[in-house]
Design a protein. Sequence first.
Length: 347
Amino acid sequence: MKSDKQNIRHLSLPALQEYFSTIGEKPFRAKQVHEWLWQRHATSFEAMTNLSKQLRSTLEANFTLPALRVDTTQHSTDGTIKSRFRLHDGHLVEGVLIPTENRQTACVSSQVGCSLSCKFCATGYMDRKRNLDFDEIYDEVALLNQQSLEASGKKLSNIVYMGMGEPLLNYKHVLQSIERITAADGLAMSPRRITVSTAGVAKMIRQLGDDKVRFNLALSLHAANDKKRSEIMPINDTNNLKVLIEALNYFYKATQSQITFEYILFQNFNDSLKDADELIHVYRQVPADLINIIEYNPIDNARFQQPDEDAVAKFMDYLGRHRVNARLRRSRGKDIDAACGQLANKG
Ligand code: SF4
């Protein structure tokens, strides 16, 4: 049966204060509750021990607190930790903590499944079930932050929205989650340490510009001509390269935020020097800082293979000789299906 109680975390601090005044409670109580919800990560009203028992029961009777729970965790030999999170309605999503020497990066999901069906991505073979609410995305980050503190004593340094789902098709909640993550009374992280990755929804890239966001944007390019890109990313049929290049320029002009390209190398598909040339051609038309060249991680249903080392080296060398700022990203967490494109709740 659907509850008609409201999720308490969908109330802003002023709205909570307003509610507390209607029940005859002092405004500082609202602040205490807000702190439990966003900084002390209470998962029940019962846990809010500095409130009277009576107040806790009033909250319990009037609101829900559907916090995310860790369902399973898997540890890779390279230190990567993949977590499967259970949502209040039983759906599952995955998040990954990627520790490196200088960074503790959290990769988070924004949707349960995905509707975009990219051919190389395990999530793309699942249907989109629903969008995550902003508080659920926030919880993923908060739980990965806790894991990071436990594993290394270090807080998260970076967040990437590159897990399951297309963030720009859950626009409102993704932006709200970032607002909470960067808020002083949230996780107080800098937006410059957050990157939202899109398969290329041009209209929403422009919207990010209009909203003057301060976080970074990554475009999953993966092929630099329309024919090949449409073959592996159906969204390219309606958001082709020309339209995306225009949208990225619009975004940059409005925000001056960093843009990166993501380019997965697939053997005999996009790894030739002709492909590199096409990639350079696209790169030159956008104020992109960097191209991340990513090692492909095979998944069960896809037809692609990883190129051999020699082809990768030639590709990188070619980009370098043409003064392209490109970085080869070796995969992390492959042994636990936590690497790029492998998230599919296999647990
Ligand atoms: S790559 Fe991203 S947008 Fe494409 S199917 Fe996977 S999750 Fe969806």
